[in-house]
Ligand binder design. Structure first.
Ligand code: FBP
Length: 334
């Protein structure tokens, strides 16, 4: 099969009415930046990138050196291209406007520069997650944080990169979900799975079970019934997986089905959840829905949520459609 590069794929998508020249170039810049993050991640201790950075992010979490480095790589790469008006990141309290030295474009980029931070120092797959929005009509010169607070349905593109045994880019422009593998010799992302689809049914769930005693009663019942297996009301056995890197858990689900959940629990209730809506839940929801899956808070579609804050957190249930709907029923019928 003739190999299709990311550039060729985006050009064909554009001809099919998905995206624009600016969006194509923006996604190529993001992909190139992720190649650099992949190189830094791959160097590990040899690159001096392991361990803590000695600073906290806006969420009050200790930043890893790779969190800070990945954030800088994405900001630098996207500063001069002329496609963006501003970037927002898990590692920055406020959006960063494009420097006045460079032309501003019509798009807004949000990212989690290094997802799965707790796995960096133990050499388990980590990733980058990103989401692209258009600037609202009639916006003023200076970018305000309110311009970013658009529902997930307004995303024009979303993706994640997994830095694992191979480096994979998973992307949607609202016309299916597609997987690219980095050819490390050539340095190009090559299309290796077009129109990825998530099986409707699954017998595999992913959740941090150590939080069980803090979960709401509906979640307790839902997981109790999964664990009861074929002797229980679900009448079949379920397997469990938890990598603790959302990108890796979601990629497993994109590959063979499953349900990923980070539900509300009494430890994080005041924060509204663990995972961030704008640069974790929304982009993953867009990718999963475009692959035939579903993404819910447990009580409603994630992408229909009207964001109230840039670093807002939400409960997350995503993956195989029928299983996400089942999890929702446990919460809505409660
Ligand atoms: P960050 O690493 O970007 O902060 O992301 C949060 C995250 O690491 C997800 O990737 C993962 O699914 C979850 O937190 C793991 O949570 P826990 O440490 O409770 O298992």
């Amino acid at each position: 099969m003739k190999s299709i590069t990311l550039t060729q794929f985006l050009t064909e998508e554009r001809r099919a009415g998905y995206g624009s020249t600016d969006l194509t170039q923006l996604l190529e810049v993001v992909a190139r930046a992720c190649k650099r993050i992949g190189v830094a991640t791959g160097k590990g201790a040899l690159g001096g990138v392991l361990g803590e950075a000695g600073s906290d992010n806006v969420q009050g979490e200790a930043q890893k050196k790779l969190d800070v480095l990945s954030n800088e790589i994405l900001l630098d790469a996207n500063a001069w291209g002329g496609h963006l008006a501003a970037c927002a990141s898990e590692e920055m309290a406020d959006p960063q406007p494009i420097p006045d030295a460079y032309p501003k474009g019509g798009y807004l980029l949000l990212f989690d520069p290094l997802d799965g931070s707790s796995n960096i120092d133990v050499n388990i797959a980590v990733g980058t997650i990103f989401s692209v929005l258009r600037r609202p009509q009639g916006h003023r010169q200076d970018v305000s944080v309110n311009e970013f607070l658009q529902p997930g349905t307004q995303q024009v593109a979303a993706g994640y990169v997994v830095y694992g045994p191979s480096t994979l880019l998973v992307l949607t422009l609202g016309h299916g979900t597609h997987v690219f593998t980095l050819d490390r010799e050539v340095g190009s992302f090559i299309l290796t799975r077009r129109d990825a689809t998530i099986p409707e049914e699954t017998s595999e769930f992913a959740v941090n079970m150590s939080n069980q005693r803090y979960w709401e009663p509906p979640m307790q019942r839902y997981v109790d019934d999964l664990l009861a297996g074929k002797e229980g009301p679900r009448e079949r056995d379920f397997n469990m997986r938890w990598v603790a890197s959302m990108v890796a858990d979601v990629h497993r689900i994109l590959t063979r089905g499953g349900i990923f959940s980070y539900p509300l629990d009494s430890k994080i209730a005041a924060k509204g959840g663990k995972l961030r809506l704008m640069y974790e839940a929304n982009p993953m929801a867009f990718i999963v829905e475009q692959a035939g899956g579903a993404a819910s808070t447990g009580r409603g579609r994630i992408m229909d949520l009207q964001p109230e804050a840039l670093h807002q957190r939400v409960p997350v249930f995503l993956g195989s459609k029928a299983e996400v709907e089942t999890a929702e029923r446990y919460h809505l019928d409660a």
